[in-house]
Design a protein around this ligand. Structure first.
Ligand code: SAH
Ligand code: DHB
Ligand code: MG
Length: 223
């Protein structure tokens, strides 16, 4: 899938006109690039959508799987009321170090907890500890584990919570039933679970933009 140059142009237009990305958020992207991290944060318009969804569901407790430099984390943290918290899970200690510096620069150290380690292990611990339910979960780590992360997210939420998963279109590869790409297989498995799971009602939205052609799934926990 070749990116149309207009996608990035329009993303810039939306960002300049509507997103109000401030210096702290711009600094996250700069620090990420400077540290050699991959350019796979959500786009500015998508970050603002995460902020909006968190506001709309009145989120106080947010769980994020996959921190990178903390760009999406900061959008989510800024949506929370006084006393709200984001727990973000990251495997890579270099990514975590860059993210922690960004949280400090954004003045959000008190509001964000970063837990270093395999997400599957951190999620198992949260479930075992009987953690208070999260109001919103953003799944954005290794796509091969999408089903496991979604099942854990469902355990850790309550009716009314949102579970959002990034990168569920993959340039259209998601419709390739013959794909052996573990990311595609993982994301296809997620659709199977979303379709069959009576405790959620879900949709997915295709997106184009500066990051190419992809999309996200939103599941509302209904029971
Ligand atoms: N949510 C971020 C982007 C995350 S990129 C944003 O939009 O700004 C995906 C991140 O998931 C990477 O930092 C990667 O190191 C992390 N990751 C990959 N596998 C993981 C695992 N098994 N456990 C926890 N984090 C993982
Ligand atoms: C990839 C991961 C992401 O989370 C993303 O938003 C884009 C690309 C990747 O691993 O290629
Ligand atoms: Mg992503």
């Amino acid at each position: 899938m070749n990116a149309d140059p207009r996608w990035a142009d329009v993303d810039r237009h939306i960002t300049e006109m509507l997103v109000n990305q401030d210096a702290a958020l711009a600094a996250v992207l700069e620090s990420s690039e400077a540290a050699g991290l991959p350019p796979i944060s959500v786009s500015p318009p998508q970050g603002k959508l995460l902020w909006m969804l968190a506001r709309l569901c009145g989120a106080r407790r947010v769980l994020e799987i996959g921190t990178l430099a903390g760009y999406s984390t900061i959008w989510l943290a800024r949506a929370l009321p006084e006393g709200g918290r984001v727990l973000t899970l990251e495997l890579d200690s270099k990514h975590a170090e860059v993210a922690r510096a960004n949280f400090a620069r954004a003045g959000l150290t008190e509001r964000i907890e970063l837990r270093l380690g395999r997400a599957s292990e951190s999620l198992r611990q949260l479930a075992t500890a009987g953690a208070e339910p999260f109001d919103l979960v953003f799944i954005d780590a290794d796509k091969a584990s999408s089903v496991e992360y979604f099942r854990r997210a469902l355990e850790l939420t309550r009716p009314g919570s949102l579970i959002i998963t990034d990168n569920v279109v993959r340039g259209g590869a998601v419709v390739d039933a013959a794909s052996t790409d573990p990311s595609v297989v993982g994301v296809r498995g997620l659709y199977d679970v979303l379709a069959a799971e009576p405790r959620v009602s879900a949709t997915a939205i295709q997106t184009v933009g500066g990051k190419g052609y992809d999309g996200f799934a939103i599941a509302l926990v209904i029971a």
